[in-house]
Design a protein around this ligand. Structure first.
Ligand SMILES: NC(=O)c1ccc[n+]([C@@H]2O[C@H](COP(=O)([O-])OP(=O)(O)OC[C@H]3O[C@@H](n4cnc5c(N)ncnc54)[C@H](OP(=O)(O)O)[C@@H]3O)[C@@H](O)[C@H]2O)c1
Length: 259
């Protein structure tokens, strides 16, 4: 049976790295994102999959809860099962702004996409997994949720407080869902990237180039989407069935306190 993965924001950046890796590992992958269907990306993924039928795209915002049922239904209608949800889609504030100046509208936008959206998408996914399953095998989970958070879950940036709070919230959501879904046979993990070269960091690349050059990161290079994808693939492989609620850092050791 082909395993089925849902990947939010799987069309660009870290999410595209995850989509590529999951397709290469034999998953059927459905992507949710807000842009028009990305023809070139889908063609590449379908070639990698060896079949047009193994990659789907749903256009919509994860912040819009009505989109969740559409996303989940589309995959179940196409493939009849659900094995993995990767809550990857995320945004920073439109403009990095000091805490004393930051706007409540931006706070609501970032929290809506980064925290509220994935929290309720996890609910929709889990309810459907429970409805679909026959029985819980005692030797492996029936499904996996991976939340992509950030080093910002625990590291302060005073010019993007809403982003840090959203990612700290994802950390708690991971623990909440891990406990609630354990009896349902669903394991939940958090992957916590450090500084990864994508559109999100393109505008501040000079600052982070200096940060690496100054020796602030033990593995002194930019993270790549494939680095994060490797961690997601590992956690989605079913090789860690007695672990849930875990945080897996993909940050070159940035989170390790150094004196
Ligand atoms: N890059 C880093 O250094 C870094 C570090 C730590 C954590 N992260 C986290 O990693 C995740 C991916 O980041 P990235 O660097 O790959 O960012 P990115 O290059 O800006 O890509 C963001 C992705 O999210 C999708 N997206 C944005 N808003 C959405 C919405 N409302 N609904 C559905 N999809 C939406 C985008 O697709 P559309 O534009 O088509 O909507 C795109 O696929 C985010 O959660 C981010 O917080 C990134």
């Amino acid at each position: 049976m082909t395993r089925v993965a849902l990947v939010t924001g799987g069309n660009r950046g870290i999410g595209l790295g995850i989509s590529r890796r999951l397709v290469a590992d034999g998953f059927a992958v459905s992507i949710l994102a807000t842009r028009e269907e990305p023809a070139e990306v889908l063609a590449e993924l379908r070639e990698l999959a060896g079949s047009d039928a193994l990659v789907r795209y749903v256009q919509g915002s994860v912040a819009d809860l009505a989109t969740h049922a559409r996303f989940v239904d589309d995959a179940v209608d196409a493939w009849g099962r659900l094995d993995l949800l990767v809550n990857n889609a995320g945004v920073g504030p439109s403009v990095r702004t000091d805490l004393l100046e930051a706007a409540p509208e931006e706070f609501d936008r970032v929290l809506g996409i980064n925290l509220r959206g994935p929290y309720f998408l996890t609910q929709a996914f889990a309810n459907r997994v429970v409805a679909l399953r026959d029985e819980i095998p005692d030797d492996r989970p029936v499904a996996t949720v991976v939340n992509v958070s950030s080093i910002s879950a625990t590291t302060v940036s005073v010019n993007r407080g809403e982003y840090c709070i959203s990612k700290a919230g994802v950390g708690m959501a991971t623990q909440l869902w891990a406990v609630r879904l354990a009896p349902e046979g669903i394991v939940v993990y958090e992957v916590r990237p450090g500084i990864v070269a994508t559109d999100m960091t393109a505008g501040v690349s000079a600052r982070y180039d200096r940060f690496f050059a100054d020796g602030n990161v033990p593995i002194a290079r930019w993270g790549r989407p494939s680095d994060v994808a490797g961690a997601v693939a590992l956690l989605a492989s079913g090789q860690t069935p007695y672990s849930t609620g875990e945080v897996f850092h993909v940050d070159g050791g940035l989170h390790v306190p150094v004196l």
